[in-house]
Design a binder for this molecule. Structure first.
Ligand code: ADP
Length: 172
């Protein structure tokens, strides 16, 4: 493992997701994780059963723009294949997921236990966003934007622009 200047191994957590697109809820979870870990690797999934609105490259680029403010402590990357293999390749032992409501729990619990079966020394850590973001999802944001609603308080500015372009050719 790479060592920091102080000689200790940086604590790094991998935050996987579709990020179609990244929202303030995702950013809130990243910010909380940075209180516990030195670095967050935000991993945009190339293989997804969802049908994303944005291409992989745009999802990555929007996340990168939104995470610039964290001054290099957050790396954005794309991943393919098994998540546990990717986590190991990043010299990490932790997976970050956000938990909004009980409705998230069942799926997340299943995934976490399956990942533990695949690799017993990688732990999944769940963080809850600020309460005002608990009802936020990329799906809801896309629906509001599609119908011409204002999403500026839920997503970073570049995402708002990208949504306008995707649904209304850039016009409000
Ligand atoms: P996935 O397809 O992997 O669920 P998402 O981009 O939808 O990808 O979500 C990635 C992670 O971020 C998931 O753990 C999800 O629960 C979490 N998440 C999504 N929106 C929010 C939010 N508003 N607050 C906290 N966590 C969130």
């Amino acid at each position: 493992m790479t060592e920091t200047a102080k000689g200790s191994v940086p604590r790094r957590i991998v935050y996987p997701g579709t990020f179609d697109p990244i929202t303030n809820g995702h950013l809130d979870v990243v910010e909380r994780a940075l209180h516990l870990f030195d670095e967050v690797v935000l991993a945009v999934a190339a293989d997804t059963t969802k049908k994303p609105l944005f291409e992989l490259d745009q999802r990555r680029s929007l996340a990168e723009q939104a995470l610039k403010e964290f001054n290099g402590r957050v790396k954005v990357t794309v991943f393919r294949g098994l998540l546990v293999d990717f986590v190991r390749s990043q010299e990490s032992r932790a997976i970050l997921r956000g938990l909004r409501a009980v409705s998230d729990f069942e799926f997340e619990f299943q995934m976490a236990l399956m990942n533990r079966k695949l690799s017993d020394n990688i732990e999944t850590i769940f963080l809850m966003p600020r309460d005002t973001y608990t009802y936020l999802s990329s799906t809801i944001i896309k629906e509001i934007a599609r119908l011409g609603g204002d999403v500026s308080s839920f997503v970073p500015p570049a995402v708002e622009e990208a949504l306008k372009k995707a649904y209304h050719g850039g016009k409000p």
